[in-house]
Design a protein around this ligand. Structure first.
Ligand code: ADP
Ligand code: MG
Length: 362
């Protein structure tokens, strides 16, 4: 198949996306597919295939000075059997790119528009996980207007002295941008104001002293979803903040992580259940807090996780017996299958309406 790998884009994880795309292109080529790299610059403007290939070769962003709309033909004119979007965070992982690909009737890897958007929003996803019976840390939220009008009054009950430490973060975000650990109540307002710089809603969570265990999930959808062996992040700082993720080299990645038996089984069941709960498809990395007594909270689900040569997602699958080429190939096959199913659904709808209009029995 001719597979377009869409990468770069307007997210703060632009550079990570270039590295992830490099790995995805390698995997797809090794599986026998023809790879068409499609880079979008930091303003969201697409470039042609040869410029995209140069970005991958040089591992450096490129600036076009174009506008996204004027550059869209690079995506729409590429004759592709499927698209593998590998843009992390905003305008890539949040349903916006997925919506564009839906409009263009292009089969694409990963979650739908709605599932991506739910997963990206920590308030929405926590509500969905709770309603599916998956434990999340106690939390509350506050929006800009409420905070501007009454400060922290509306969340006073949640933030008493016993609740410390708290974690404050933007509801929609990633890379730990705007995430603050609050150790004294006096610092809460400032932390919320900081988080609200990056989104209109801030999330306030109970801080837990727990291991950070991550699982990779893979499957077409629903009951066929499978979970990998576990991985673990051991932060090099007080928590896994931006510098710890990208700038320093102090955090440790354990893969496979020492989690076994019934504890592992419950995490694997929760990881696939979380994917089903959001209506997800294809891939996700599901991040947990694992407590010393074996109980857990689901922290977040990432629907386009890091896919670099050292990233947890492909590593966990390779340790689970799915090497990179097979992983990329399976994801593309799921995409094509889902697109065919969607086409059949669309045809059924049109047939139904045509029959009703013609006054025929259905
Ligand atoms: N409730 C919490 N308790 C303990 N640590 C937390 C909590 N929330 C976040 N953290 C720490 O902050 C990091 C980033 O938070 P996370 O919710 O995963 O946001 P992001 O989407 O930016 O990765 C986590 O990996 C963890 O180290
Ligand atoms: Mg995280």
């Amino acid at each position: 198949m001719r597979v377009g790998v869409v990468f770069g884009g307007r997210s703060v994880e632009h550079l990570v996306s270039i590295r992830s795309a490099t790995t995805v292109c390698e995997g797809l080529a090794a599986a026998g597919h023809t790879v068409v790299p499609l880079y979008a610059d930091e303003a969201g403007c697409f470039v042609d295939e040869s410029t995209s290939t140069a970005v991958l070769r040089e591992q450096r962003p490129h600036v076009t000075g174009s506008t996204p709309g004027a550059s869209l033909h690079h995506l729409t004119n590429a004759t592709l059997d499927a698209v593998f979007p590998i843009i992390h965070g905003t305008f890539g992982e949040d349903g916006t790119l997925q919506g564009l690909l839906e409009m263009l009737a292009m089969p694409y890897v990963g979650c739908s528009t709605a599932a991506s958007a739910v997963a990206m929003d920590k308030v929405l996803s926590k509500r969905v996980f709770s309603s599916a019976g998956i434990p999340v840390v106690p939390w509350t939220s506050i929006d800009r207007a409420t905070f501007a009008a009454t400060g922290i009054d509306s969340i006073a009950a949640f933030t008493d002295a016993e609740s410390l430490p708290l974690f404050v973060k933007p509801a929609v975000g990633g890379s730990s941008v705007g995430c603050v650990k609050v150790k004294e109540r006096g610092a809460l307002g400032e932390a919320i104001a900081f988080a609200l710089r990056f989104d209109t809603v801030a999330l306030i969570e109970r801080g837990v002293a727990a291991r950070e265990v991550e699982l990779a999930v893979l499957g077409a959808s629903g009951s066929s979803m499978q979970a990998s062996v576990p991985g673990e992040i051991v932060p090099g700082a007080d928590f896994y903040d931006y510098a710890d993720k990208y700038l320093k080299n102090d955090a440790k990645l354990l893969a496979p992580a020492p989690v076994e038996g019934a504890v592992l089984e419950q995490l694997q069941a929760a990881a696939t259940a979380a994917m089903v709960a959001i209506g997800g498809a294809g891939l996700a990395r599901v991040d947990f807090f694992l407590l010393p007594d074996g109980s857990y909270y689901l922290n977040e689900i990432n629907t386009l996780p890091g896919f670099t040569s050292v990233s947890m997602y492909p590593l966990l699958w390779s340790l689970s017996g799915v090497p990179l080429p097979e992983l990329c190939d399976r994801l593309v096959q799921f995409a094509v299958q889902r697109h065919a199913n969607q086409a059949a659904t669309d045809a059924a709808l049109r047939k139904f309406v045509a029959a009703v209009v013609a006054g025929q029995a259905i």
